[in-house]
Design a protein around this ligand. Sequence first.
Ligand code: PMP
Length: 360
Amino acid sequence: MGMRELVNPHILELEPYTPGKQPEGPGWIKLNTNELPYDPPEAVIDAIRLESTRLARYPNPTSGKLREALAAFHGMEPSQVIVGNGSDDILNLLARAFSGSNRSTFDTFPSYSLYPVLTAIAGGKIQSIAFDEDFSLPVSELINSGADLLFLTCPNAPTGVRFPLEQLKALAGDFSGVLVIDEAYAEFAEGNAIPLLEEYEQVVITRTFSKAYGLAGLRVGYALSTPEIVEILDRIRDSYNVNRLSQAGAMAALKSQDIYSKYIQEIKQTRQWVLSELEELGWKVYPSEANFLFAAPVKGESGAGAELAASLFRFLLQSRILVRYFPKHPLTASYLRISIGSPCEMERFIEEVRKWTRTA
Ligand code: PMP
């Protein structure tokens, strides 16, 4: 039998996830994967260095101390927390536990494009409910979907729009499946869905150290939910899913809230500055509560459109500025998703945008 006949057919059929480019070499301004533009606090580096002397030993299999610290941080019980190798790991566990060929899995469009891939790996096929142009939450459509598992990104990616807590409550109250609220960007927002955990038993909130904690390279994420759901996810997780360095680094990061609140404050201020610059240029920009903006470029008298977005994407690339462009769908093709970098990086970005605006 040939190798390809040996592969599970659903694996051959799935379209793999495409991560944002990670360019090699100096001089790039990287605004394409929503990372933090600042170095980790010294305490994080020190903790990782110290832990590196203990690498001959396996890590704590449950990330026990980190679970306890996260539980205390959120005012919850350790049995309500699970830690993963990035929040992608947790999302994968959720797909493996709750989706598959005989389960219905939904997400919204646009949102994080990993959900369909994880669902497909688990043998299922995701169904997407598209947003309207105003990106409001289609509460009744989501309830009526009858989904066993629903992935919802809040603040949404790529728009940055946060859905009001009241709407999330209305959804959780009448939804009969497992509701995953992916809060990868919640630290940049003015509210979050954690209050839902007190009232609803089938809600899972996922968080990450990759964005606001600036530790994307360390790969640590976590979920908050009920002990029952955490126990199910624990059954199927790799025994040592989070390495020693990552557990130690994340613990130290959690204790460095003072530094991170300054970073977050600066990102929000820079976001506001970029937003006002782009609006002054006549762009349509969604009101983001994340560390990125979803914005439709315009030039001269012509309105926004896919050609303009593609043109600016290429122009920026030539100037070694990377942003994210999703050309495949009419809801996203006229927009660029721009991560908020340091004030200096964003000044360069605006300068290049102005140059592009003046080109023929
Ligand atoms: N959810 C969303 C909405 C994201 O944008 C990302 C980052 N690409 C993730 C989850 C995954 O983050 P990580 O695995 O680094 O925790």
